[in-house]
Design a protein around this ligand. Structure first.
Ligand code: SF4
Length: 295
């Protein structure tokens, strides 16, 4: 048994870039093939996981506005352009090039971070990202959520684990850093199911991980599903135990981007404990400390 040592995103950024780096959530006007072709992921909200973006503005204005706002409050000098809402590679390559170029044209932007799906990354798109990666660091975030077949079907992720990890490998082979999103507490999943998902990210050398608890927003299909099926939701104690257990199998280099959910509080239905992010994080930190003191 060894002590838990996690590589938190803020520490990674400070080591890599010598200062704090701030995220600028952007809305590039994308949609999502999974919502257009079907019903979308079970938990997806109306904003496609982009709860904190300023849409309806050109990218340059979104960036300028946020940099100005952040610079007033903090001494912020370096930023991550983060395309968060929906599927941010779901446009023709020429359009993508224009959108990404606009985002990285501000010299204070030092990382281009793109949230997308593994089935929306053909070779041409990967080539474009690889070219941009020669200028500034590119990260690609993909929602894995689970590797359990019945869960993937239930949440309607819409493509296989093989395709997910194939796309991840192609990106990594081109020097692009990949971040997997995983959910703890999906309907009918055990802790072993969740830990197996985390293990699979490590087996495939995924660079970063975002962990969050399953939460239900009133504007998602999950809201109706929960009210019809009343499946078990994790308590905060269970969730924090699962997360700490997952850290025992993480490679020390894996960058932990998130360890709790980030719901829109105005639309959050359950679980109530997930409203208090700071409390959840402090409980995880307390449990890590307790575990490390025992061994
Ligand atoms: S891939 Fe993302 S945007 Fe698309 S349906 Fe799933 S959660 Fe929503």
């Amino acid at each position: 048994m060894k002590k838990i040592k996690i590589n938190r995103l803020n520490d990674y950024l400070k080591n890599e870039y010598g200062t704090r780096v701030y995220k600028l959530p952007l809305d590039g006007g994308f949609s999502c093939p999974n919502r257009e072709n079907g019903k979308g992921c079970l938990f997806c909200s109306d904003s496609g996981a982009g709860e904190f973006t300023f849409n309806d503005f050109p990218i340059k204005n979104q960036i300028d506005l946020q940099i100005e706002r952040l610079s007033e409050r903090k001494r912020a000098e370096k930023f991550i352009a983060y395309f968060q809402s929906f599927t941010n590679t779901y446009k023709p390559v020429d359009e993508l090039r224009k959108i990404y170029d606009e985002a990285i044209s501000n010299e204070k932007v030092i990382v281009l971070d793109i949230a997308t799906r593994g089935d929306c990354l053909d070779d041409e798109k990967i080539k474009l990202l690889s070219k941009i990666n020669e200028k500034i660091d590119v990260w690609v975030e993909m929602g894995l959520q689970s590797t359990k077949k019945s869960s993937i079907d239930l949440i309607n992720r819409g493509y296989s684990n093989d395709l997910y990890f194939d796309s991840a490998k192609k990106l990594m082979d081109n020097g692009i850093k990949v971040i997997s999103h995983v959910i703890a507490g999906l309907p009918y999943e055990s802790e072993d199911d969740f830990l197996n998902t985390v293990y699979m990210t490590q087996k495939h050398d995924i660079w970063g991980i975002k962990i969050h608890s399953l939460y239900i927003q009133t504007d998602s299909r999950l809201y109706d599903y929960y009210n019809e099926n009343k499946f078990n939701l994790l308590t905060m104690d269970e969730y924090t135990n699962w997360v700490v257990d997952s850290f025992k199998i993480l490679n020390e280099d894996t960058v932990v981007h998130r360890m709790t959910g980030d719901a829109d509080k105005t639309k959050l239905y359950l679980p109530n404990w997930s409203r208090d992010k700071l409390k959840v994080i402090s409980e995880i930190n307390r449990k890590i400390k307790e575990y490390n003191e025992q061994i």
